[in-house]
Design a protein. Structure first.
Lengths: 431, 532
């Protein structure tokens, strides 16, 4: 069998053709000198190279809907702004809320969108909307952004999962119509190894068990369940490869230095960000890190301040760390929640749900930092310049990640569903 | 060779069947004849043979009760010489209270997996309970459907409100789901545009939604207990709530204006697209929903009976006349339409009796054949049954039953919770309306089975576990192996399996360790995860 023939078989088996063809092309061009090697050897040698070349993404998900006034769009001159002060940033002319001092110093790497808007003010539905780009419907289960990235960019043969979610993201969604293969690998605590990945026996006995399991399977296959046995065999091989893989060390943040731990800070979110960076370096395509409790219906000001303290240092450190390691250029970092909060301060000192104007912050992967896109009016009650819709935002994600937004996947009843329906990428976000 | 007909042809054929009231046995015989006729010359490979008794027993237990038979059940059934024992078994299982629970959970999943209002999860227990009670009582399918369409009240008290709650009472999503679940018609495609291939028009979809504008969902809070009320209202406050949080209904449904979405849209009259019957504007909520319920569940609406017959046939025989099970037409291909038509007519003649339907399908030779993996071509449909992945609840029942894992775990505060079942539901759950090919396994599933404390504690050879007791009671390895196979897979080991396991034991460090590994392998087997 010629190499090209082998590749073609390989491509058709995998199903997500476009990207693999592209990755293989890259591989072929990048490793031309090593052509004497067999294809599997070539592939093994190319794996790291591929992962470094491929785009990846970290989503910092602010569960509950962070207040734009207390984060990136302070309005100190208006009564709607409350007592929150604005501070200058590394970029002249851009001010953000005083709650994010560390982030203000990496503003040159952040493209801030202040004119996001939608009509969806219910948490779960808005969480679906901002994760999938679509409002939920009963007839189509739309994949979440991380699942699209895993499907389009991930290496299905990687020992580690392509899509990891750290924390509980409410209605963050999963693979939907793409299938459970593209569901997130969920872990709730970044400081522990993920559930069920620690072998309960010696590795030797574990391998022996797996062998016995495989031997016993043949009888069931003979009795008609050939396909089911083959599918499970592949799954068990994949799962045990993962568990026994040395790459699982990527999940162990205790291997990081003390100074690195203190740079990310001692919060759950900080540990999540540190883990996200480690996973990315090991070839994971998409990591979602969740910071919860942004639903500040009462006591908005002190609670937003505390919440910002938890994310300020890790977020800034993550951007710096990725940049220093040279992976920020290939990594899209998204900071967002499901909506913003009302300009009006309610009698309990809180702010309620407000989808009509909120913030998203983008970095890396070709995004030009140090700029602000869009504006709200003086009281912050509506977008006054360059409104950006959710489809616009998803088009922008796709452009940054080299994903074809028009790519169609089929729903259960054979309806073609685009990754993004409508909207246009925010071109000025890119350099 | 099987011929295919589109749904419309099916409707015409359906008129031919008079309302005789066949028994399950009569109907099953007729179905097998009809199917044989429609299949015609049997393709290569031929029909799969009828299952042996052990396979049939496990299949029937899993299908009807979502549980494994006990060792006693298995031995008693295998030793029974009566020629009518399969018939008798079906009869017994249909009267077991676990039947209602197993299928109540199935329909709960059908409804809640597609929920667009996430808080509908609060109605889950009441919904399951409602279905369990009604299914065990033998409530007819049309009566159940009418309950769902006309339901009012607290979603934690009246489980029939679960379907409306699943969509926050929003008329478009609610009627789309009523149509999908009860008629197998995916009319929601016409929500935004006239569908290019289906014949329903956008206006007809909104006329269906016009039966539901007055339904309201209201949040309730008693102390820490959150719930919702589903209610039909005929008076409305002037100001509407924002943000799609449709707590308050409206007097009439408006079809949105696609060119000018900011406009309120056209007031639309309730018309039932299947028969063209209509109600006047201004009709009150009770009339709207009761009328819709009556028209939808009438025997003159062939989609209604066909949808549930097709769905249950697919669940039990492994392939539907239509796939996916909730997409019957009007222009979809039907495999073996005459067989479906006969079964639909006989089901209607038996007053939409669901237990009759289960008994009938499970009495056919088509159901009782051995399983083979997914047929490659349409020409091989219905030649064999199919291995099917267990639902999450059934899998939990089997593993909990086989290994003695308690349903509820005691917490330190003295309260109990069903954490293990929830873990299985979130890891192994799937939308039961999907085709089988689209339900695949995940790494997280196999990790749970391979490495979780839950499973690994339960398979240990220590005192207090099932294996620990068996190791003490049965000194003979061959007999202990038989006991494990009966317990886990409800059958004897084959000679090859017996040899493999005995060889494995010989090479193991200890008897305990060897049997732990065997038990682990059986629980992690593909067979354990499937109903064969």
């Amino acid at each position: 069998m010629t190499h090209s023939g082998f590749w073609q078989t390989d491509i058709s088996i995998r199903g997500n053709q476009a990207i693999h063809r592209r990755q293989l092309l890259r591989l072929a061009t990048g490793l031309g000198s090593a052509s004497a090697l067999s294809f599997p050897a070539l592939l093994a040698q190319g794996a790291n190279k591929l992962q470094r070349q491929g785009k990846s993404c970290i989503l910092l998900w602010m569960q509950g809907g962070p207040s734009q006034f207390e984060t990136f769009s302070p309005k100190p001159a208006h009564s709607n702004g409350g007592d929150t002060k604005a501070i200058s940033t590394q970029v002249p002319g851009i001010q953000i809320a005083e709650n994010l001092p560390r982030v203000s110093r990496v503003m040159q790497d952040i493209c801030l969108i202040r004119s996001m808007n939608s009509k969806e003010g219910s948490h779960p539905r808005a969480q679906s909307l901002l994760h999938t780009g679509y409002l939920p419907t009963a007839s189509v289960q739309f994949p979440t952004l991380g699942s699209h990235a895993a499907h389009q960019l991930g290496d299905p043969d990687d020992e580690l999962p392509n899509f990891v979610r750290i924390g509980r993201a409410g209605r963050g969604g999963g693979g939907g119509l793409l299938g459970v293969t593209y569901d997130p690998f969920v872990m709730n605590d970044a400081s522990r190894m993920p559930d069920n990945t620690t072998v309960t026996t010696s590795n030797r006995r574990y391998r022996r068990r797996l062998k016995l399991r495989n031997q016993l399977e043949s009888q069931f296959a003979k009795r008609g369940a050939r396909q089911e046995v083959a599918n499970q065999k592949e799954l068990y091989a994949k799962s045990s490869r993962m568990v026994l893989s040395p790459k699982m060390d990527a999940f162990d943040i205790s291997q990081e230095s003390k100074s690195m731990h203190s740079a990310y800070g001692d919060t759950a979110f900080g540990k999540g960000c540190l883990l996200a960076r480690r996973l990315l370096e090991s070839g994971v395509t998409f990591v979602e890190v969740v910071a919860g409790n942004w639903d500040t219906h009462f006591d908005n000001f002190s609670r937003s301040h505390t919440l910002c303290q938890q994310i300020d240092q890790p977020y800034a450190q993550l951007l710096q760390d990725l940049k220093r390691r040279g992976i920020l250029e290939q990594t899209l970092v998204i900071w967002m929640g499901e909506f913003g909060r009302t300009p009006r301060i309610n009698p309990r000192g809180g702010r309620d749900h407000f989808p009509r104007a909120f913030n998203v912050a983008l970095s890396g992967s070709g995004i030009r930092g140090g700029q602000v896109i869009g504006r709200t009016n003086e009281p912050g009650t509506s977008v006054s310049d360059r409104p950006i819709s959710v489809p616009d935002l998803f088009q922008t994600f796709c452009q940054a990640l080299d994903i074809d937004a028009d790519h169609e996947n089929l729903s259960g009843i054979g309806r073609p569903i685009k990754i993004v329906d409508g909207g246009a990428a925010v071109t000025e976000a890119f350099s | 060779m099987l011929r295919s007909f589109t749904g419309l042809n099916m409707l015409l054929l359906l008129m031919n069947y008079a309302a005789a009231q066949p028994t399950s046995n009569q109907a099953a015989t007729r179905i097998d004849q009809q199917l044989q006729e429609e299949i015609g010359s049997v393709p290569a490979g031929g029909f799969a043979p009828q299952t042996d008794d052990a396979t049939f027993l496990r299949r029937a237990f899993l299908d009807l009760l979502g549980e494994l038979p006990s060792e006693e059940d298995t031995l008693a059934f295998l030793l029974d010489d009566a020629s009518t024992k399969r018939e008798k078994l079906l009869e017994d299982l249909l009267e077991d209270p676990a039947f209602g629970l197993r299928w109540g959970r199935y329909w709960r999943d059908v409804i809640l997996y597609r929920r667009t209002e996430p808080r509908a999860i609060l109605s889950s227990d009441a919904l399951t309970q409602f279905l369990k009670t009604e299914l065990n009582a033998g409530t007819s399918w049309d009566s159940l459907a009418r309950n769902f369409i006309t339901a009012n009240g607290d979603i934690k008290q009246n489980g029939a409100t679960g379907l409306i709650m699943a969509h926050g009472g929003r008329p478009e999503e609610t009627v789309a789901e009523l149509s999908r679940i009860f008629m197998g018609i995916q009319i929601q495609c016409a929500q935004c545009h006239d569908h290019p291939t289906d014949r329903w028009k956008r206006e007809q979809f909104h006329q269906l939604a016009a039966f539901f504008p007055r339904v309201a969902i209201r949040p309730q809070r008693n102390g820490n207990d959150r719930t919702f009320l589903v209610e039909g209202r005929d008076t409305f406050p002037r100001r509407r709530r924002m943000n799609n949080n449709r707590y308050i209904g409206t007097a009439e449904h408006r079809m949105p204006n696609l060119e000018q979405p900011e406009q309120p849209g056209t007031i639309t009259q309730p018309v039932f697209f299947v028969n063209g019957n209509q109600l006047g504007l201004g009709s009150d909520d009770t009339l709207r929903r009761e009328q819709l319920a009556q028209w939808m569940t009438s025997t003159e609406n062939p989609w209604f009976a066909a949808a549930v017959v097709n769905r249950l046939w697919s669940q039990l025989v492994g392939q539907g006349f239509y796939e996916p099970v909730d997409d019957l037409g009007p222009d979809r291909q039907c495999t073996a339409p005459k067989t479906l038509n006969y079964l639909v007519g006989a089901f209607q003649a038996n007053d939409h009796d669901l237990k009759w339907l289960f008994r009938t399908i499970m009495s056919t030779a088509a159901y009782q054949r051995e399983s083979r993996s997914q047929p490659v071509a349409e020409t091989s449909a219905f030649l064999a049954n199919r291995p099917q992945r267990l639902s999450a609840d059934t899998l939990f029942n089997t593993i909990a039953g086989a290994l003695g894992i308690p349903e509820r775990v005691q917490r330190s505060n003295g309260r109990t919770r069903n954490g293990a079942r929830r873990l299985f539901n979130s890891t192994f759950g799937y939308d039961p309306s999907l085709t089988r090919d689209s339900i695949s396994g995940s790494v997280q599933q196999s990790l749970l089975m391979m490495n979780s404390q839950l499973v690994n504690n339960a398979i240990q050879a220590k005192s207090g576990t099932r294996l620990g007791r068996l190791l003490q009671q049965i000194p003979n390895n061959r007999r202990l192996l038989l006991a494990l196979y009966l317990r886990i897979l409800a059958r004897q080991p084959t000679p090859v399996e017996e040899k493999t396991c005995l060889d494995y034991l010989r090479d193991s460090t200890s008897r305990d360790e060897g049997f732990e590994d065997i038990l682990w392998s059986l629980v992690n087997s593909t067979e354990f995860l499937h109903r064969n």
